[in-house]
Design a protein around this ligand. Structure first.
Ligand code: UGA
Length: 452
């Protein structure tokens, strides 16, 4: 099938590459010409494991362009995957979405087209995009009526494992109020639904994956599924962090508690890792948007709001723990291990590290930071924070009064902790992710701390 994808961020680019890989002819469009030029030259503007390998395999089916006139007229399916960044009120900024919808409307050729919202958009956006498309199509083509349908196909991929999540998803959700749209999207996703594509060697099909469930529903339900899914995952993390606080007071081990409840299949063991809490461009933005949408209907969402508060509290607790341990923070040197909002990405949007570093700097701490991938980006985006960027962990630990593990990159687990301890002024480690081996570190002479 002929597909156009508007936006080459995490969602758009991953979707484009995966659809190209399973055999569709895909035009990836971005109005940022520098991104398109880079992609044409084989450079990937984001850090995502295996994306460049899959892009090379899919390349014969991919085109990169900045021109709507090139991408839209022939496309049977057009995905909108533009950013919807948060505004101060919590409601997402829909400017890019509206621009994309208008440009698509102007360039549709009159043959039946399905326009799909892939970006996370507020409930009701499907109808709004429908009206924008109709309006701009009519402005361009006069009275001739447009033949299109709007669908919602929310994305559940996680940064860092985006390709895996796209090729082997837990489910595919498609929402539309017109059956023609549902049928077209069903055909588009058939190779993934039936798992008939040849798995790439570097992304082997997991043993447990066979046919992928399809949830085919109406527009509003699909839109709400996305928000509800992210809110629930955020809630799970905040729930375990709330229990963690109590676990600390009663002397219980939160990792054991998480394992003990997670093995109940009704609860499930994933997203119960206690610690610093969530960051990234999704959970914060989407929980805020959900609360804002509910507000428009005169509803409050106390559970989601509580999850957000608990997540903020976890970041304060890092400072409280260090203060409790070191008694005085002013003038101390503290090392931060990990800046990205989670491992395997260089994304710093709403990364807990940024807030924690700021809180420490505000208290007069000399902060040294390290990240295997996101260090340069941190310097570019947060260079004003006057911290010392270190290329190696050895450089960070030199003269440190404490280390805080903020992002659980694998390589931090296997460090030579004994040798590092000797270089610290005071071997204290606050493991913000329950990622390190408590016994090993204690044996190596560390005061090993967790948030719970
Ligand atoms: C999240 C969802 O997991 C995806 O399903 C969704 O498609 C995506 O948002 C989106 O809306 O675009 P992502 O933000 O990439 O994906 O990252 P996650 O792996 O979900 O992690 C989010 C944050 O939660 C990270 O900061 C991570 O460290 C934290 N986390 C995760 C915990 O603190 N504890 C856990 O047990 C799990």
């Amino acid at each position: 099938m002929r597909v156009a994808i508007i936006g080459t961020g995490y969602v758009g680019l991953t979707t484009g590459v995966c659809l190209g890989f399973i055999g569709h002819s895909v035009s990836c469009l971005d109005t940022d010409y520098s991104k398109i030029a880079a992609l044409r030259a084989g450079e990937i503007p984001i850090y995502e494991p295996n994306l460049s390998d899959l892009l090379e395999e899919a390349r014969p089916n991919l085109r990169f362009t900045s021109s709507y006139a090139e991408a839209i007229p022939d496309a049977e399916v057009v995905f909108i995957a533009v950013g919807t960044p948060p505004t101060p009120s919590g409601a997402p900024n829909l400017e890019y979405l509206s621009q994309a919808a208008r440009c698509i409307g102007q360039h549709m050729n009159g043959d039946f087209t399905v326009v799909v919202n892939k970006s996370t958009v507020p409930i009701g956006s499907g109808n709004w995009v429908d009206s924008l498309l109709r309006e701009s199509y009519e402005q361009r083509h006069g009275t001739k009526s447009a033949d299109f349908a709007v669908a919602s196909n929310p994305e559940f991929l996680r940064e860092g494992s985006a390709l895996h999540d796209s090729l082997y998803p837990d489910r595919i959700v498609i929402g539309a109020d017109e059956s023609r749209a549902l049928e077209l999207l069903y055909s588009l996703y058939r190779p993934i639904l039936d798992q008939t594509f040849n798995a790439p060697t570097y992304l082997p099909r997991p043993d447990w994956v066979s046919a992928i469930p399809l949830v085919s529903t109406d527009l509003a339900s699909a839109e709400l599924i996305k928000y509800a899914a992210n809110a629930f995952l955020a809630l799970k993390i905040s729930f375990i962090n709330e229990i963690g606080l109590l676990a600390e007071r009663v002397g219980a081990n939160i990792s054991e508690v998480a394992r003990g409840i997670g093995l109940d299949s009704r609860i499930g063991s994933r997203f119960l890792n206690a610690g610093i809490g969530w960051g990234g461009s999704c959970f914060g933005k989407d929980t805020a948007a959900l609360v804002a949408t509910a507000g428009e209907y005169g509803l409050s969402m106390p559970i989601v709001e509580a999850a957000r508060k608990i997540n903020c509290r976890q970041r304060d607790r890092v400072v409280e723990k260090l203060l409790h341990e070191l008694k005085i923070l002013k003038g101390r040197t503290i090392g931060i291990l990990g800046l990205a909002f989670k491992p395997n990405t260089d994304d710093l949007r709403e990364a807990p590290s940024v807030e924690i570093v700021q809180k420490l700097v505000d208290r007069g701490v000399r902060v040294k930071v390290h990240d295997p991938i996101a260090l340069d980006r941190f310097q570019r985006e947060h260079g004003a924070m006057s911290v010392q960027s270190c290329k190696t962990v050895e450089e960070v630990v030199e003269g440190c009064d404490a280390l805080v593990l903020v992002t659980e990159w694998n390589e931090y687990r296997d460090l030579d902790w004994e040798t590092l301890a000797a270089k610290m002024r005071c071997p204290v480690v606050l493991d913000g992710r329950h990622a390190l081996d408590r016994e090993k570190l204690t044996r190596a002479g560390y005061q090993y701390l967790t948030l719970a």
